[in-house]
Ligand binder design. Structure first.
Ligand SMILES: Nc1ncnc2c1ncn2[C@@H]1O[C@H](COP(=O)(O)OP(=O)(O)OP(=O)(O)O)[C@@H](O)[C@H]1O
Ligand SMILES: [Mg+2]
Length: 269
């Protein structure tokens, strides 16, 4: 039995993502220069690097916002052409930049809105008043209610987002990412704007993601290096569009190239 099979059997399934030779150029600027790494099933992989390293560009490639000029993505070994509004159909879910909550909807409705593809599956039956739509909707609200319990949002379920403390809004945004039961979650700076205690709580949440449902893999783009070191199984370090280090947090922490990239960035700012 290979390691991957063992991992799957332990409930840490999730999708495997291969980033294979991805290059993105904006005019004369090479934002990503033949990037390759793997995100094994059920792992949390962090993507870090100084300002302008290419992190957001990579995130956008995996979300389908940016088409690379070269290279390919593979999901569980099959070519993946991500389409932003169909990501959840492809088993992928991403945190929106900022919070992206709908101001006119309550917390529970915002969470349910994250499952747009399931809702669309029931669209015609909904229109025709068939029981399928009721069942779909009931299931969605049951899932949302489980997430509300799990993420400690019970006191806020029927509140509009504008009344929530910032850290609570971030948890709502995460719950919305999880309602479609994704096998790959892409998180873009989830710790942005959070205080120390909230970051610790977020860290616990992120480490619990791989064991969810059928299993889940996580790609985490984050500036907050302490958080990334705590929660990631592996790190990919980008600098000037290239992978300069890839390994466990300990390996990366001791890598002189990484220290140099960050030091160089500090000196430059
Ligand atoms: N749409 C674009 N058009 C032109 N250049 C771009 C575009 N998007 C990004 N770039 C450039 O590509 C490089 C990588 O940018 P990217 O935003 O991916 O870096 P980053 O690692 O996310 O940086 P930060 O830590 O500041 O968020 C930068 O030099 C940036 O100026
Ligand atoms: Mg960025």
């Amino acid at each position: 039995m290979n390691l991957e099979t063992q991992v799957t059997q332990a409930g840490r399934g999730g999708a495997r993502l291969d980033v294979d030779g991805i290059s993105v150029r904006f005019g004369g600027l090479t934002a990503l220069d033949s990037i390759s790494f793997e995100l094994p099933a059920g792992q949390v992989v962090g993507v870090i690097g100084p300002n302008g390293a290419g992190k957001t560009t990579l995130f956008n490639v995996v979300c389908g916002f940016t088409r690379p000029q070269e290279g390919q993505l593979l999901l569980d070994g099959k070519p993946l052409r991500p389409v932003p509004h169909q990501l959840s159909r492809q088993g992928i879910s991403r945190s929106l930049q900022g919070l992206g909550l709908f101001p006119g909807l309550s917390v529970v409705e915002n969470i349910v809105a994250g499952a747009s593809h399931s809702a669309r599956a029931g669209f015609w039956s909904g229109l025709l008043g068939l029981p399928r739509a009721d069942r779909d909707e009931r299931e969605l609200y049951e899932r949302a209610s489980a997430l509300i319990d799990e993420l400690g949002l019970g006191a806020h379920a029927y509140s509009p987002p504008s009344t929530l403390p910032y850290a609570v809004s971030k948890r709502v945004a995460l719950a919305r990412t999880l309602i479609s039961e994704p096998r790959l979650v892409l998180l873009d700076e989830p710790a942005g704007g959070l205080g120390h205690e909230d970051i610790a709580e977020l860290g616990q949440l992120i480490t619990s993601l791989p064991a969810r449902g059928e299993g889940c893999s996580v790609m985490l783009v984050e500036h907050h290096v302490d958080l990334v070191m705590d929660v990631c199984d592996a790190l990919v370090v980008l600098d000037f569009g290239k992978v300069i280090a890839h390994g466990t947090p300990d390996e990366v922490r001791d890598d002189p190239l990484v220290a140099e990239a960050y030091l160089g960035a500090e000196v430059a700012t």
